[in-house]
Design a binder for this molecule. Structure first.
Ligand code: MRU
Length: 362
């Protein structure tokens, strides 16, 4: 996507054939800073503290991390250690495991002297694939947005968290149909859930939509149900960190409540995902998907900017009260109107996803 007319991705090769660069998302929306990752440990740190975040981008960053580990020591033991260290960074987004397994499977049979160059090239290929996958999600999702366009006002779309281009390599998942609809001249307006505690909606999705010129309003996380009751939401579109083989959807905390409100108000609830986000090994999302518990400080403190431009992080809660911070929840398949993938739109159930699996591996 473009910022001030300049094409950008969320991650790109460092130009020296050895490193990779990222947008440091912990600084957004107050500062646009890029950062070079040189060692595997840099990738580990970037994923953990969420300089990069969003399921697809976590996967690509981990692939580069494994590559950089191979530059320093291409032996089997180092490969195993780097794999485990990267795998332990964040537990919920399955794209991390998918990316690490894919790179390891390529590297394991190779002579160690070829491992770094192979892994680095593969990470770049995975980044390019992610861009094309997300473009195709947009192509399929666009048709759904079109079906809601009456010509009598904007299509009002509610989204949660940031499943935009900053969460992927480019385009985003949930935002790809929105950007493509906007570019096609369809009148779209987005309700952006702020997405406490880390405010990915208010900080990142709103920023992206603003860069692209898509009309939007930031809303509190609690406003969606009210807007749906009053006919002010035509559809919800969210991303996901893991979809089970039966169509349960794990996404940023609060997604489940939006899906419940959507069903109660007959508002279609769509989920956009690249097929590597499907975890074919699990079926019951509530029972089987590990939910990340993050630090309580993310709830107790919030970044903000003062009138003089200085960024501050005040405490925003009563003193001495502890906080709990589950970072994801699971929306049962029965609440999902459709899964928008690069392969087309599928019902959220075992039969439809089995068909998708057969399409992927004919
Ligand atoms: O904790 P985050 O910011 O990594 O969570 C991101 C989300 O929940 C996104 O909705 C999901 O990863 C889909 S990204 C295309």
């Amino acid at each position: 996507m473009r910022i001030d007319g300049v094409a950008k991705r969320s991650i790109w090769p460092g130009g020296d054939g050895e490193t990779v660069e990222i947008i440091d998302q912990t600084k957004l929306p107050f500062e646009f800073a890029t950062r070079r990752l040189t060692h595997c440990d840099d990738a580990v740190e970037a994923i953990k503290v969420m300089r990069v975040r969003g399921a697809p981008l976590i996967g690509v960053t981990a692939a580069y991390g494994l590559a950089m580990a191979m530059r320093e020591d291409p032996g089997d033991a180092a490969l195993a250690t780097a794999y485990e260290t990267l795998f332990a960074t964040r537990p919920t987004a399955v794209n991390l495991r998918w990316a690490l397994e894919r790179v390891r499977a390529h590297l394991s049979p190779l002579d160690p002297s070829h491992r770094f160059s192979t892994a680095y090239a593969l990470a770049g290929q995975m980044a390019d694939e992610d861009v094309e996958i997300n473009r195709m999600i947009g192509v399929h999702g666009l048709e759904i947005i079109k079906s809601h366009a009456s010509g009598g006002g904007p299509v009002n779309i509610l989204t949660h968290c940031n499943a935009g281009w900053l969460a992927t390599v480019d385009w985003g998942t949930a935002t790809s149909p929105i950007y493509q609809a906007h570019d096609a001249g369809i009148d779209v307006h987005v309700w952006v859930d702020e997405t406490r505690p880390r405010n990915q909606g208010a900080f990142l999705t709103a920023l992206e939509l603003g860069w692209h010129g898509v009309p939007h309003h930031i809303i509190t996380d609690n406003a969606g149900g009210h807007l749906m009751q009053h006919g002010r939401v035509d559809m919800c579109i969210v991303g996901t960190d893991r979809v089970t083989a039966s169509g349960d959807v794990c996404n940023k905390i609060g997604t489940y409540l939006k899906a419940l409100a959507a069903q109660d108000n007959n508002v279609p609830f769509y989920v956009c995902l690249p097929t590597p986000t499907i975890d074919w090994r699990v079926s019951d999302g509530v029972a089987e998907i590990p939910i990340e518990e993050r630090a309580e400080d993310e709830v107790l403190y919030l970044d903000g900017v003062l009138a003089d431009g200085s960024v501050v992080t005040p405490r925003i809660t009563a003193p001495n009260s502890p906080a709990a911070n589950p970072a994801f929840d699971v929306t049962p398949a029965r609440l999902v109107s459709g899964l928008i993938t690069e392969m087309g739109v599928f019902d959220a159930n075992t039969a439809a996803l089995s068909q998708l699996k057969r399409n992927l591996n004919p």
